[in-house]
Design a protein around this ligand. Structure first.
Ligand SMILES: CCC(=O)SCCNC(=O)CCNC(=O)[C@H](O)C(C)(C)COP(=O)(O)OP(=O)(O)OC[C@H]1O[C@@H](n2cnc3c(N)ncnc32)[C@H](O)[C@@H]1OP(=O)(O)O
Length: 636
């Protein structure tokens, strides 16, 4: 039996013994005696009676162990032309002071704090300060519009909002305060206070509930770490579902600490003192797990990058960072490399930097398409590793385990299930399918430590969204298959969630926004293939009877509406006004058929279609407006 097989079998056959052993590596205040138990709904709970504090485990503990002078954070911000280093000791002290500042505003264990910040060290300080107090943070990505922020404030009911005065994109400064004010205005729940970290690129005007970060910290007493139970929530992170309202994924503390520590050795093969660089954003789960928590928990240094893969200043940005900070393990989304490949197809800029420090390149956030894989594989002297996971799982479900047993890679595959994840592929009836046959990818209970423990404030949705489809299994929402060698291939979502530049967004939510326009009678939003961003949304709209405006104006208004309600990252830039949409006789819009046409595939006329001529109409409209590769689609 290979090392991988042995470890995987132990994790599945004896999960309690396996994870009890891993849990010994965490500096608990009180080690757990109960390793695994099930709640009344049958969901796994890990380390419920252990006591710890994640901020202590990631900062104070390492300072106590002699790592105080080691850089914890290397901040690099080409968009503001700034760099800064924070050691573990400096980070601990800043976090303790900011935790004291939050406490002075009444934040205590269990209270929620919404954080709306760009990629600045203070975002990490705010997250760790919450962890230090046992408060639950909810970080909202800066590319979301006020409405999205309002939905999250309404749901999480934070006592305090922590924000920066602005974000900085490549070509513009984005004041955050108007976004926050509008969100609080729209939310029926009102936070008591807002702490604003003032940046020199744009200083915000403060209102009645607002506090200046620096002034508040100046008079704050440092706060000590508060002991929390292993099963107490560390954070809530919202992710798109199939409907308008995002789901608040709840992460526990103990299971997360154990799982992240395990992943740093087993998957990423890094040790204390190594430099880890994850080019994502603190607003996504990759940011939470592999910018903020895992590297510091493991005693590594984390690179915090406020910039893009291209244009800041060029497609050599990542190579520069890897070389300058001697990065050992690098992680980003495939879309970033597609952007670099477009600007520098032969990767000439790479030759300007010594990247011999790099030992492996990891990709996730969306499927690593074979052309991008091959481009990287030909270019790099190190393993190029696609791995697959989700906001819900918090850490990788399938990977090529560099610290356990590196395996040959296969283009299009995330390699094998990570120990702890009993991944299966089921057909519609819930029966396992044979190798090479596609089906629903599920995880047999119990999920390992670190995975979601619920949907914030909505246990019914937790059950209906994830647990109800196949009793005893967690539904990932992805489709895929195992090959004959046990390699897992993830092929894409089986629901209406799409992936735009590594961002998970809901077409259902976009339909709600578009459908709310007074001139729209009916609409469908579909995700179509895009060579750069993976997928892009396209709206198809039937105007109300009597609509007399210009179609082009309506299209423009709808594009602006989605940008205003969801945000620029929705990349909603194409709308077609049509007379009818292909539907079944029961009135269901044939979205998959629309996607196939837009993606240039062959399509048949389903026997259930109500009006076959509607297909031709839509196909013609798509061709005329150059939607995707509709010109290549052929009716068979
Ligand atoms: C494994 C578990 C997971 O899946 S966690 C999620 C992992 N995903 C990721 O890490 C995301 C990876 N993608 C990226 O980092 C970016 O998309 C990269 C590749 C860098 C490209 O960035 P960019 O050129 O800005 O394109 P984009 O499609 O992201 O943005 C579209 C529009 O939105 C804007 N935007 C972006 N970020 C922000 C922000 N923080 N604040 C405000 N606005 C933002 C962009 O400027 C762009 O706007 P515009 O439409 O051009 O005006």
């Amino acid at each position: 039996m290979s090392m991988y097989q042995d470890e995987f079998r132990r994790s599945i056959d004896h999960p309690e013994a396996f994870w009890a052993e891993q849990a010994r590596r965490i500096p608990w205040f009180t080690p757990p005696t109960t390793i695994l138990e099930y709640d009344e709904a049958g969901h796994a709970r890990w380390f419920v009676d252990g006591e710890l504090n994640l901020c202590h485990a990631a900062l104070d503990h390492h300072v106590d162990q002699g790592r105080g002078d080691q850089p914890a954070i290397l901040w690099d911000s080409p968009v503001t032309d700034s760099k800064r280093t924070l050691t573990f000791a400096e980070m601990r002290d800043q976090v303790a002071r900011f935790a004291g500042a939050l406490r002075s505003l009444g934040v205590e264990k269990g209270d929620r704090v919404v954080i709306y910040m760009p990629m600045v060290p203070e975002a990490l300080v705010a997250m760790y300060a919450c962890a230090r107090l046992g408060a639950v943070h909810s970080v909202v990505f800066g590319g979301f519009a006020p409405h999205e922020l309002a939905v999250r404030i309404e749901d999480a009911e934070p006592k305090v909002v922590v924000a920066a005065s602005c974000g900085v994109e490549v070509d513009r400064v984005l004041p955050y305060k108007p976004i926050i004010d509008a969100a609080i205005e729209q939310s029926s729940y009102k936070p008591e206070a807002c702490v604003v970290f003032q940046r020199e690129q744009h200083r915000a005007e403060l209102g009645t509930i607002d506090h200046d970060w620096a002034a508040l910290v100046e008079k704050a007493e440092p706060a000590d770490c508060v002991a929390v139970k292993g099963s107490d929530p560390l954070y809530v992170l919202y992710t798109s579902g199939t409907t308008g309202k995002p789901k608040g994924v709840v992460r526990d503390t103990g299971g997360y600490a154990v799982a992240l520590t395990y992943s740093m050795d087993t998957i990423y093969d890094v040790a204390p003192g190594d430099v880890f660089f994850s080019a994502s954003d603190v607003g996504w789960v990759v940011g939470h797990s592999y910018i903020v928590y895992a590297p510091l928990l493991r005693g590594c240094t984390t690179v915090v990058y406020e910039g893009k893969p291209v244009k800041t200043p060029d497609a050599g940005a990542f190579w520069r960072l890897i070389s300058e900070y001697r990065v050992k393990s690098f992680f980003t989304a495939p879309t970033a490399f597609r952007a670099m490949k477009k600007e520098d197809p032969d990767a000439k800029l790479m030759a300007q930097y010594d990247i011999s420090c790099l030992k492996a390149l990891f990709l996730a956030g969306e499927r690593l398409d074979p052309p991008t894989f091959h481009w990287l594989d030909d270019l790099m002297d190190v393993p190029v590793i696609d791995h697959w996971w989700q906001t819900e799982t918090g850490w990788p479900i399938a990977a090529n385990l560099q610290g356990l047993e590196p395996m040959p890679t296969k283009a299009g595959s995330a390699t094998v299930p990570v120990p702890g994840f009993n991944v299966q592929v089921l057909d519609r009836e819930g029966e396992p399918v044979a190798p090479m046959e596609q089906g629903s990818v599920v995880i047999k209970q119990p999920m390992p430590p670190g995975c979601l423990t619920g949907v914030w404030g909505d246990p019914k949705r937790f059950h209906s969204a994830y647990m109800a489809a196949f009793p005893g299994y967690y539904l990932t929402g992805d489709g895929g298959y195992f090959d004959e060698d046990g390699y897992l291939f993830i092929m894409g979502r089986t629901d209406d969630v799409i992936n735009i530049a590594g961002h998970r967004l809901s077409t259902g939510e976009m339909e709600e926004v578009v459908g709310a326009h007074p001139a729209v009678a009916e609409c469908a939003v579909i995700g179509i293939h895009d060579a750069l961003k993976g997928q892009l949304p396209v709206g198809l709209v039937i105007p109300k009877d009597g609509f007399e405006g210009r179609e082009a104006d309506l299209e423009e208004e709808l594009i602006a509406l989605v940008r205003e309600k969801i945000g620029p990252i929705a990349c909603f830039k194409q709308v077609l006004v049509v007379d009818r949409l292909p539907k079944t006789r029961s009135g269901k819009i044939l979205r998959k058929l629309l996607r196939n046409i837009a993606d240039g595939k062959e399509f048949g006329v389903p026997s259930t279609i109500d009006d076959p001529a509607s297909l031709q109409d839509v196909h013609e409209a798509m061709k005329e407006r150059s939607v995707g590769t509709a010109h290549e689609a052929r009716q068979v």
